[in-house]
Write a protein that binds this ligand. Structure first.
Ligand code: ARG
Length: 564
């Protein structure tokens, strides 16, 4: 149910009936209730080149609007805005068909776009920490959203498993010998200990350096140790994915090391297309607007992060045949991706018709606005943070009479949901403040607020105790607004997918739920004196609200509870 698309078509026809051909017509949500449901603000920019009065054009467009049962009223405002009110009967009719659709009438693309989503992608040398939370949660949501709308998604976990630090780590792994699994249970500590050994013992440092060379030349013994290390580290990630309910599996891992054999070809091809410049013995690329070049190959022959990314982008565009490639990576790497995208286009690794997107995000801060750290200034381990979320949710819920049979399952759903939602409810581009009290509140734009509304509706249904099935009639303005809000779901999902902005979905769900709460207060459902017809219609509306919350949260990777 794509309302905007239908309105755009109507206006486009009206314009064309008025002798004005426009390529792109775009209606907006009305900025205020007084301005109707939608607004068309596109007449002013059209009037200027035509040297016509915009208000006159607006009058003509309104007159030439094709008959449609969708529209209740059109009004011209200001210098030439068109305000649009939809017909309550039309809305009711659409809602009726939404209620019998298994995907709430959200359209599915007829032709899928192949989309690569690069997310999580953390470095194996260290434990996953809060910095990786954002990429993992945002990337997983975007993947789910794209799939729901009909795209063909290929997840890529571009883990950092190569580089000089692995020489040090496997040298230490070997030195410790048996029982190494235990030392690796805390990767952060393992890394620190290895570094201390490296810095204090020349002999150890030499072995570590040798191991880097041996690794790079494919020495089986070293590769075996390295593989053992990576497996353990990936195991840690998977524990986090599992707790978070993230859909990444081993099949989605396409590690940096997997591009090793391609790197020298990349250099050759770049040389052939005259993009490379030699500087101090290193192979470099200068990108417009940047003084410092990207180094593709060091003077000692070694390759870098950017080289691997060029091999990866080519693989994604040429071998995977992706038409949209999204990198969910923090904002500090925006310079890197600008350069990679630019070079990849120039070198012909990626064709014009492929969209390259850096889906960037800000930092995670504590309540005082500083980077999120443990009390003693260390990095917070993700798994500890998630456990704390669940235990906080559990203690909060045990104080309530939830009559939930399994408090642990419920606490997991609420705790993890709170962490994910807090992340997904802010514009990803801004820094985001991690605040336990706010995210575990029943009030405000939180997961709990939505989960609570959902459970509340389920309790109405339990009380009613029969099949919900009736005709929707929108009896007052509030019901009409609630109905229209339900119909907007499709447009919101499409907007969120186009711009890779998950918070469009959370803001929408929050507004829908607030509207429902108001409706429920003013328009009782099961109270004596409410006619059967009205009751049935209101039950239907409540059901649609619950289904939309559930579906919306599902895309955000969050579960609902029948009782809360
Ligand atoms: N491993 C990198 C890091 O932790 C992120 C990788 C992102 N993806 C990419 N294709 N560069 O900073």
């Amino acid at each position: 149910m794509n309302i905007k698309k239908q309105l755009n078509e109507l206006i486009s026809t009206a314009l064309s009936n008025s002798g004005i051909e426009v390529e792109l017509v775009r209606v907006n949500d009305a900025s205020k209730v007084e301005f109707g449901d939608y607004q068309f603000n596109g007449i002013m920019p059209l009037a200027k080149p035509l040297r016509r009065n915009p208000r006159e054009i607006a009058i003509q467009v309104v007159e030439n609007m094709p008959q449609s049962e969708m529209i209740d009223k059109l009004e011209i405002a200001g210098p030439g805005f068109i305000n649009i009110w939809l017909s309550p009967d039309w809305i009711a009719k659409q809602l009726q068909s939404v209620s019998s659709s298994d995907r709430l009438s959200v359209g599915k693309k007829e032709v899928a776009t192949k989309v690569v989503v690069d997310y999580s992608s953390h470095n194996m040398a260290k434990q996953m920490h809060v910095g990786h939370l954002r990429s993992t949660i945002i990337g997983d949501t975007l993947s789910k959203l794209f799939i729901f709308l009909g795209d063909d998604v290929i997840r890529q976990n571009h883990i950092g498993d190569w580089g000089t630090q692995f020489g040090m780590l496997i040298a230490y792994l070997e030195e410790l010998g048996v029982g190494v699994g235990d030392s690796l249970s805390d990767l952060e500590q393992f890394y620190k200990d290895a570094k201390v050994r490296f810095d204090s013992d020349e002999n150890f440092a030499n072995i570590a350096r040798e191991y880097v060379v041996k690794l790079q030349s494919g020495n089986t013994h070293c590769l075996g140790l390295w593989q053992q290390f990576i497996d353990m580290s990936l195991g840690h990630c998977e524990e986090v994915y599992d707790t978070l309910g993230i859909s990444l599996s081993r099949d989605d891992v396409r590690a940096e090391s997997s591009y090793n054999s391609e790197l020298s070809n990349i250099v050759t091809e770049l040389k052939e297309s005259d993009i490379l410049v030699e500087s101090d013995g290193a192979q470099c690329i200068f990108v417009e607007g940047n003084e410092t070049p990207i180094i593709i190959q060091k003077s000692d022959g070694g390759f870098l992060y950017a080289t691997t990314d060029l091999a990866a982008i080519r693989y994604r565009a040429k071998d995977l045949d992706a038409k949209r490639i999204s990198y969910v990576v923090d904002a500090r790497q925006s310079g890197h991706f600008k350069q990679i995208f630019d070079v990849a286009r120039r070198a012909g690794f990626v064709d014009e018709d492929v969209s390259l997107e850096h889906v960037s995000f800000g930092m995670m801060l504590d309540k005082s606005g500083r980077p999120f750290k443990t009390r003693d200034g260390g990095t917070v381990k993700l798994i500890d943070l998630l456990e704390e979320a669940v235990s906080r949710a559990k203690s909060m819920m045990s104080q309530r009479d939830t009559s939930s049979t399994d408090i642990d399952t419920a606490a997991h759903i609420v705790g993890i949901g709170a962490v994910k939602y807090a992340e997904l409810s802010v514009n990803r581009e801004s820094n985001y403040i991690f605040d336990w009290d706010r995210m575990l509140s029943f009030e405000g734009n939180t997961a709990l607020y939505l989960q609570y509304a959902y459970a509340r509706i389920q309790s109405i249904f339990r009380k009613y105790g029969a099949q919900i099935d009736g005709s929707i009639i929108l009896e007052d303005d509030l019901e009409k607004r609630l109905g229209l809000s339900l119909l907007r779901f499709d447009d919101v999902l499409v907007g969120a997918a186009n711009e890779s902005m998950p918070h469009y979905i959370s803001s929408y769900l929050y507004n829908l739920t607030t509207l429902f709460m108001k409706f429920y207060e003013q328009n009782p459902i099961l109270k004596d004196g409410v006619s059967e017809e009205t009751r049935d219609s209101r039950l239907m509306l409540a059901k649609l609200v619950a289904d939309t919350i559930k579906q919306g949260l599902d895309i955000l990777g969050i579960k609902v509870l029948d009782r809360l």
